[in-house]
Design a protein around this ligand. Structure first.
Ligand code: BJW
Ligand code: ZN
Length: 254
């Protein structure tokens, strides 16, 4: 359980920020019923990364890869944003320069109302043609096998970033810019093990940002954090938002 003192310290750091950034990972969606990747109950416990999340795996066995992603797509379409997603959407309203950088592919931040979202690892709603490169929005659509491009007939793939693939350049540049300019970065629900995304935390730190971590347990980011709050994102974040709203109303912080 996060203590009142921890919430107060985190709130203090965030409340005075001019350029707050949130950097999120799979833990934010855990309470929406979406499994994380690493750790017990994580996706990589039942699937080998090399079999389902690399370009080589897709070349070798597109059907197996699509089976994995169809299950994930269905779970995500059924899921609902949780109080952590909603708290982050509220922060965007409270701070004019707030930027949300996510590694998540589930689009739950956007569904909770966040507008300034930088997606580093793509998303499960869209698909991309392996032939002509066009992307298509297939939110909520059950894909036939084999899924083919309506324009050129080539095979479609999930529009996510697999291991060994470059991150979308525009998203990466925007994320670097936000991290470098940030004075407070919330690092929420990520093991901070996957690069280059995890490198944004050190980048922000180097440029003077206070790192506030919210996670169930210590991670690779913990040693960079000014404060780590160990608890569920869906419980901790609403408390921080509430404290900021309360402080603003009572004129304590501006
Ligand atoms: C809670 C909670 C609750 C739970 N509340 N918290 C060696 C060294 C350095 C780098 C490399 C290396 N070998 C290979 C690399 C590169 C590789 C990499 O980083 N590997 C590392 C694993 C070692 N990176 C890449 O390949 C990247 N590309 C690249 O480097 O390209 C180079 C290049 C340049 C130019 C041209 C060509 C190439 C791409 C990485 C793509 C990652 N993709 C995935 C899959 C997306 C699609 C899909 O969903 O299937 O992205 S992998 C997976 O990990 C997914 C996630 O976004 C990402 C991060 O995971 P995340 O979010 O941190 O989740 P978990 O499960 O790890 O952690 C969850 C956390 O939540 C835990 O800490 C829990 O405690 C916590 N938690 N419940 C709060 N309720
Ligand atoms: Zn095509």
């Amino acid at each position: 359980m996060a203590s009142g003192e921890e919430i107060r310290r985190a709130t203090e750091l965030l409340a005075r920020a001019r350029r707050p950034v949130a950097f999120t990972g799979a833990g934010v969606s855990a309470e929406s019923g979406i499994p994380t990747f690493r750790g017990s109950g994580g996706l990589w416990e039942n699937y080998r990364v090399e079999d389902v999340a690399t370009p080589e795996a897709f070349e070798r066995n597109p059907r197996l890869v699509w089976e994995f992603y169809n299950l994930r797509r269905e779970a995500v379409f059924r899921a609902e944003p949780n109080p952590a997603h909603r708290a982050l959407a509220r922060l965007e309203e409270l701070f004019p320069n707030f930027v949300l950088i996510t590694q998540n592919v589930d689009r739950l931040h956007q569904r909770a109302g966040s507008k300034k979202v930088i997606e580093l690892h793509g998303n499960l709603c869209e698909v991309r043609c392996t032939g002509c490169g066009r992307t298509f929005d297939k939110t909520g659509v059950r894909l036939e096998w084999p899924p083919r491009c309506a324009e050129c007939g080539e095979l479609l793939r999930p529009a996510v970033v697999w291991f060994g693939e470059a991150l979308p350049l525009d998203a990466w540049r925007a994320a670097e810019e936000a991290a470098n300019a940030s004075d407070c970065m919330l690092v929420i629900g990520t093991s901070a093990q996957v690069y280059p995304a995890a490198g944004l935390i050190a980048m922000a730190r180097r440029h003077g940002a206070a790192i506030v971590e919210v996670n169930l347990e210590p991670t690779a980011a913990s040693e960079m954090a000014a404060i780590s709050i160990y608890g569920k994102a869906a419980e901790v974040l609403p408390q921080i938002v509430e404290a900021i709203e309360w402080a603003r109303q009572s004129g304590e912080m501006r």
